[in-house]
Design a binder for this molecule. Structure first.
Ligand code: BGC
Length: 380
């Protein structure tokens, strides 16, 4: 028997049902770059916070105040996300006293001995802001200036920051124009591309000063993290943390991190170099020929988070948060305690302007400075 035709009421009900089920609801649109106000500097300059999200849900937020990486949320073995960089919830924290959390560092990252150098026969005097030496670009380095920001338009979310460091700024010669592009790739990498040009001979050393704790910021110390550095040599320092000029083999010293080693394994050894650094605060000399290559691998055994560092730079400052002492209160008011983070600041060697045998850090007009560093996150 043929089925009776549906009545008007049934048809109306069917229409409602079909309008609910089709068309299918759109999947939530992934916000790739989200821009929000982050406050004002003490000079009244407005500063923004850009949040970049990749297709895996990995997220980083970066402010154009000092080009600082404010958050970096990556998954662990069980898929749980944690913010793995130290920092602050608001701009105020960054404007106050803090040891360069997440910042871009320049014009010269790391130390220049006796706060001076000679270039083309002329002596340049810098601010002595670290005892007798100059550290991280002086009193107002690239970490404390407002960068121009432009959102990228590529497939993967990126942020382009530019800054013109004027001739004579912090004592350095030449107008130096710097571009830094942060890209959050779909391979869960935070890629940092640096380029620069100058109109007079100058020196430069650019890096990023993120403080990492792969268990999550504010979660205890980093002594159980295991580190491998692809470096057979390091640059020993004097008591003011200025390299002596020697490239010393790491073999048989606490600096042999060529095989995965717990950061805490030798950090308190009775070794003069360890004592000068109050732990690790040394430049390691990478093996390899200057192309983009694996420089470091760090594993946090409990969460399974792994960070690999690839770079075109010849060295890295491995710093174990020896000057953190709980006095700085970061995100959520957490006190950032002794050795609760480590830094891997890819760089040219400290004090290179005064060390003719170190790879040159001189940039001349017409030349283009280029370098790339990648922080890649996986699990094991
Ligand atoms: C230096 C440390 C210093 C830290 C924060 C690192 O790059 O090597 O000695 O304490 O920056 O300023």
């Amino acid at each position: 028997m043929p089925k009776p035709l549906p009545g008007a009421a049934t048809l109306a009900a069917l229409a409602i049902l079909s309008s609910c089920s089709s068309p299918k609801p759109e999947p939530p649109k992934t916000v790739k770059i989200n821009k929000q106000p982050f406050g004002q500097t003490r000079n009244g300059e407005s500063v923004e916070l850009y949040t970049l999200t990749n297709k895996n849900g990995v997220e980083t937020s970066i402010t154009n105040y000092g080009g600082r990486v404010v958050t970096l949320k990556v998954p662990g073995r069980a898929g749980k996300f944690a913010d793995v960089v130290l920092g602050f919830d608001s701009l105020d924290g960054y404007l106050g006293n803090n040891p360069y959390f997440g910042a871009l560092i320049g014009r010269y990252g790391n130390r220049i001995g006796k706060a001076k150098f000679t270039l083309d026969g002329k002596e340049y005097k810098l601010a002595a802001n670290d005892g007798a030496n100059s550290l991280h670009g002086g009193v107002v380095g690239f970490d404390k200036v407002v960068w121009k920001a432009q959102e990228g338009t590529g497939e993967e979310p990126s942020l382009k920051l530019t800054y013109l460091s004027k001739d004579g700024e912090e004592g350095y010669p030449g107008n130096l124009s710097v571009t830094v592009v942060y890209t959050l790739t779909d391979k869960n990498e935070l890629k940092i591309d640096y380029t620069a040009g100058t109109d007079k001979d100058t020196v430069l050393n650019l890096t990023n000063h993120a403080y990492f704790n792969l268990a999550g910021e504010g979660v205890g110390d980093i002594l159980g993290h295991e580190i491998m550095l692809n470096a057979d040599r390091f640059t020993p320092i004097d008591s003011g943390l200025i390299p002596t000029g020697e490239l010393k083999p790491v073999k048989g010293t606490p600096f042999d991190l060529t095989k995965p080693t717990a950061i805490g394994a030798h950090i308190n050894d009775k070794d003069q170099q360890i004592q000068f650094g109050k732990g690790y605060d040394h430049n390691f000399v990478f093996n390899g020929g200057g192309g983009l290559a694996l420089a470091a691998r760090v594993v946090e055994p409990k969460s399974g988070r792994v960070m690999e560092v690839l770079t075109t730079q010849p060295g890295v400052q491995f710093y174990t948060g020896n000057f953190l002492d709980g006095s700085v209160h970061g995100k959520g008011g957490k006190a950032y305690s002794y050795r609760s983070a480590f830094c891997l600041e890819t760089q040219h060697f400290p004090d290179s302007p005064n060390k003719p045998d170190f790879p040159s850090v001189v940039l001349k007009p017409g030349e283009k400075f280029e370098s790339t560093t990648i922080y890649r996150f996986t699990t094991q």
